[in-house]
Design a protein around this ligand. Sequence first.
Ligand SMILES: NC(=O)c1ccc[n+]([C@@H]2O[C@H](COP(=O)([O-])OP(=O)(O)OC[C@H]3O[C@@H](n4cnc5c(N)ncnc54)[C@H](OP(=O)(O)O)[C@@H]3O)[C@@H](O)[C@H]2O)c1
Length: 323
Amino acid sequence: MGAAPNQETNSFLPDKSAKVFVAGHRGLVGSAIVRKLQDLGFTNLLLRTHADLDLTHQSDVESFFSTQTPRYVILAAAKVGGIHANNTYPADFIAVNLQIQTNVIDSSYRHGVEKLIFLGSSCIYPKFAPQPIPERALLTGPLEPTNEWYAVAKIAGIKMCQAYRIQFNWDAISAMPTNLYGPNDNFHPENSHVLPALMRRFHEAKIKGFKQVVVWGTGSPLREFLHVDDLADAVVFLMEKYSGLSHVNVGSGTEVSIKELAELVKEVVGFEGEVVWDDSKPDGTPRKLMDSSMLQALGWSPKISLRDGLVGTYNWYLEHVKE
Ligand SMILES: NC(=O)c1ccc[n+]([C@@H]2O[C@H](COP(=O)([O-])OP(=O)(O)OC[C@H]3O[C@@H](n4cnc5c(N)ncnc54)[C@H](OP(=O)(O)O)[C@@H]3O)[C@@H](O)[C@H]2O)c1
């Protein structure tokens, strides 16, 4: 990408009374960003639930921006879901996400927002991208078919930020986080990601006194996890420090095998039984790691170890998730 990747803006952090619209503030990502901004002393956060403001409704989004005139926008609202949901509702995944991001990005530009950050995910990259995946791998090959509807919408969001920067010299940036976990994650028994799913299963096995937990696959695939509070820290960092054309990967840089992850979650939860690997079930892609060297070169690094992050997440689970 052509623009200076480390051009400093230095404008976000000083004014803690600036109006910041955090779209999707009750989600995993949005809620962590709100916690971070509140910790930093921001006093003028604009927050709207989905019921208060449906971001797919263009005229409502327009009137929100014209009356509220936020100075900064953090776009963490999206329709997200796993493989099953993507396969069952492809039209929703492409249409809802295109609508949300188009409405928010365009209204932000036209109503004088100074800077916007758009959040996507690692699924934007080709199925056979080089590992670790650098930013430049975008649009170099076919996508993973199971979530291409979602991925195409997210790619359009990156491109929209780039296009508005090129045509209007407007400060819109994009961040692509790796697999996230933390408070407010989805612990649903059937359609949650691997980490919260393991936590729930070990917890239930401990409570019910089971001797074994069966986990699909061999446990050999390598994955990267980032605590959502680290992501929130990176988002604030990018709002302050980065104004380039390229999207920016946000990862922890640390790989664990699913087997190592399961052992760690088991230990944190305190399940004393056995983990049985059902290797008749599919493993999924062998390795998925983001190349976050661009963000590291800008001066950011993660602070929360996987073990500490899991302990905090399990405490949150115990307080918030009903059996
Ligand atoms: N979770 C991960 O591991 C992960 C990893 C990488 C990137 N990300 C990215 O981070 C972003 C947020 O993900 P998340 O995990 O925080 O998702 P989430 O927990 O499902 O939160 C999404 C939020 O968006 C809101 N929303 C959805 N549709 C809306 C609409 N039409 N109008 C207004 N609000 C709406 C939701 O409100 P309701 O619940 O009320 O609908 C929810 O608060 C996404 O762009 C995702 O790609 C997530």
